[in-house]
Design a binder for this molecule. Sequence first.
Ligand code: AMP
Ligand code: MG
Length: 274
Amino acid sequence: MSPTRSRPLRDLLRVKPGSTFRLADIDPAETHGRDKEASLATLQTGLERLSELQDKLWAEAKHPVLVVLQGIDTAGKGGTLKHVMGAFQPAGCSVTSFKVPTAPELAHDYLWRIHQRTPGKGEIGVFDRSHYEDVLIVRVHDIVPKERWSRRFDHINDWEKMLADEGTTIVKFFLWISKDEQRERLQARLDEPDKRWKFRLGDLDERKRWDEYVAAYDEALERCSTDHAPWYVIPANRKWFRNLAVTEILGDTIAALKPVYPKPPEDLTGVTVE
Ligand code: AMP
Ligand code: MG
């Protein structure tokens, strides 16, 4: 058994605020001593725990929780949404998939469209892509000049700090796959009829910029992992480990809020239903 087996993934996968960080130091196939067969039962228990925690969070209506999901194409954002966020009852959960900004969105600052989608008290708001695209694709494709995007790390930290100060719990996941794994997944999208709809020719151009994306992620993860809004890098070559890790970290994050069912607003002593 690996010596790291009993350490929570929350500690193992967090990008330490203020430290130097390079994705190259992290193996996308790492499983931290977890075993696939044994982990299936752990995942099931973890999903049930998430579901219970969310029920209380929603009932209590006290804490907003913001979950950011980022990853290179095919890293598994969709799969994570389906398998992990699937544990949530839809009423208390919103998912926003941020696409290429529309004209009205481009007419505003880059955080404008993001802020409109942040969760309210008791809600879990999941961002499938996020404001981080504004220091990732925007940087890699020179959509705005460096002097503009390079100031955004500070804006983002300040904005996330403001949300946290006002009560939002923020947790950010970067799903990390290898370049080889991406080739296999893109090829599968081409080959399998039920995946073909996801394929874009542009994905191949993006793949050519792999190293530039990694450099952009390195800087974003290093500069924007903070105590109030930590980044977790999830080794995601193995889908079972990815699901397990996100489930466990999300569960621990929500559990730390200690959500409880609220007392009924009125005194119900002696009340019966005829
Ligand atoms: P998908 O997630 O596969 O549906 O693709 C959404 C596309 O929108 C991706 O290519 C993103 O990089 C792109 N996108 C998201 N946010 C931005 C942004 N702020 N600026 C430019 N492109 C973006
Ligand atoms: Mg895509």
